[in-house]
Write a protein that binds this ligand. Structure first.
Ligand SMILES: Nc1ncnc2c1ncn2[C@@H]1O[C@H](COP(=O)(O)OP(=O)(O)OP(=O)(O)O)[C@@H](O)[C@H]1O
Length: 253
């Protein structure tokens, strides 16, 4: 289980982000609490990935704050990890990829083998542990990316469409891993486009549209009847994508 002191709650306050002369994240405020599985939903281009990257500290906001626990002894960076849609693998074995993640985090060399073998076994990678990571199948690479993150025992795990381009069995195995990671107390904040998956995984949903959070609620409330019209249209499959029009950017759909 996750040991305290906790870096949560994560509080986002009036967050704005601009790139290419456009405001892409608009005045977002929200809070993430321990042990939950948050699903960020919304059409293509809504700003889900940007929000994850801002929370994880990979992007600097134009204004606003990303605030972790105020405990001075806690270093938020050391207690969070991110898994992306297409993970970058080092050209070395699966085992060595996990070892590298631990070495970067400063884990003692003598402690690493037990930690690596345990996570390899839990993620079902035993058979490919000594294969070159770059030749693994997409599903195996994604499990390795999760193993590489999980071995760090993160309090918060960000995941950006972790099952995009995986077949149903591979998707199922990743979902099982997410449930296991969450059962150990890790807070999961992830994006996905599959409403079935969101229903299976989410405790809470954030619905985004054009850089704003339009609705944040429990998964039960969201899937039984969202308050926001755009969220309802999204659930009905009527809000699949949107395109910016130069002078009519904020026209209601
Ligand atoms: N560096 C950048 N410069 C300009 N525009 C950007 C930049 N990064 C992202 N964007 C734009 O910001 C918007 C939000 O991008 P983001 O990747 O967060 O969307 P998303 O909700 O994750 O979409 P998808 O579901 O398609 O992955 C998009 O219109 C994207 O083109």
């Amino acid at each position: 289980m996750i040991k305290y002191p906790s870096i949560l709650p994560l509080k986002i306050e009036s967050l704005n982000y601009e790139a290419g002369g456009k405001q892409l994240i608009k005045n977002i405020s929200c809070e993430f609490n321990q042990g939950k599985r948050y699903l960020l939903l919304g059409p293509n281009g809504a700003g889900k990935t940007l929000l994850l990257r801002l929370c994880h500290g990979l992007l600097k906001p134009k204004s606003g704050k990303v605030m972790w626990s105020l405990d001075k002894d806690v270093k938020p960076k050391h207690h969070q990890a991110m898994v992306t849609q297409r993970p970058v693998m080092l050209r070395r074995s699966a085992y060595a990829n996990i070892d590298y993640a631990l070495s970067v985090r400063g884990v003692d060399k003598a402690q690493r083998p037990d930690m690596i073998n345990a996570v390899i076994q839990r993620t079902g990678l035993t058979r490919v542990a000594h294969k070159l990571a770059t030749v693994l199948s997409l599903g195996e690479q994604q499990r390795l990316a999760i193993a590489r993150a999980w071995v760090l025992k993160p309090q918060v795990l960000f995941m950006d469409e972790p099952t995009a381009s995986l077949d149903p069995p591979a998707t199922h195995s990743i979902e099982e891993l997410i449930h296991e990671i969450s059962a150990e107390g890790t807070t999961v904040i992830m994006t996905c486009h599959d409403l079935g998956q969101a229903k299976r995984l989410a405790t809470d949903v954030l619905f985004m549209f054009r850089g704003r959070i339009k609705e944040m609620s429990s998964a039960d409330a969201f899937f039984t009847g969202p308050q926001n019209d755009l969220a309802q249209a999204f659930l009905d499959g009527q809000l699949i994508w949107w395109k910016r029009r130069p002078d009519k950017d904020d026209v209601q759909i």
